[in-house]
Design a binder for this molecule. Structure first.
Ligand code: IMP
Ligand code: MG
Length: 179
């Protein structure tokens, strides 16, 4: 894999390899299995960036669970717009279930907090959260994250589903912006 990539004129350097990501997902999957294998679990993917990690996490967990999706959007380019739009929730049936929300990255926490709050109205038995990446120094909206892949600095990253204006999602590794 290339050690750097150029997207829209910006250079990103390799940060987390496919192997490191998959190894960490296996570890978290063991925790999720141990905690929830006796429960009625539903995974909910926050589209679109989390599709990639959700597919790998779900296979790593080896739990026979349904998969649902919601759409949340607050980003344009490299900036969050501050307003979270949540859609695609009308057919969800979550009452009494253990819902595990799968997010790719938590920065301010605004998106995950909004989705978490929104899903409460469906009366899940337990509402849990997973995020592949977390930027602890950027976190301003307190939202519990039960399962975390990696804590990272407050820098912009792409790859493995994460995009820069819809570019870079297909990269197998995760890259960070070179200043
Ligand atoms: P938050 O609402 O500030 O926590 O931001 C979370 C959302 O912003 C994520 O679901 C991503 O879609 C996007 N995001 C935050 N940081 C990055 C990044 O470094 N690269 C790509 N997308 C990001
Ligand atoms: Mg996202």
């Amino acid at each position: 894999m290339a050690s750097s990539v150029v997207i829209q004129g910006k250079t990103f350097e390799r940060f987390l390899s496919e192997g490191e990501i998959q190894a960490r997902l296996q570890e978290v999957a063991v925790q999720i299995r141990a905690m929830h294998q006796e429960e009625d679990v539903v995974f909910i993917v926050i589209l679109k960036g989390s599709l990639f990690v959700a597919a790998d996490l779900m296979r790593a967990c080896q739990l026979d669970t349904p998969l649902e999706v919601v759409r949340a959007r607050s980003y344009q380019g490299m900036k969050s717009t501050g307003v979270v739009e949540i859609t695609m929730t009308d057919t969800l049936s979550l009452k009494g279930k253990t819902v595990i929300i799968i997010e790719d990255i938590v920065e301010t926490g605004r998106t995950l907090q909004a989705v978490h709050h929104h899903l409460k109205q469906f009366e899940p038995g337990h509402l849990k959260t997973f995020s592949l990446l977390r930027k602890p120094k950027a976190l301003i909206n307190p939202v519990p994250i039960d399962y975390v892949g990696f804590d990272i600095d407050s820098e912009f990253v792409v790859g493995y589903g994460l995009d820069f204006d819809e570019k870079g999602r297909e990269l197998k590794d995760i890259y960070r912006l070179r200043e």
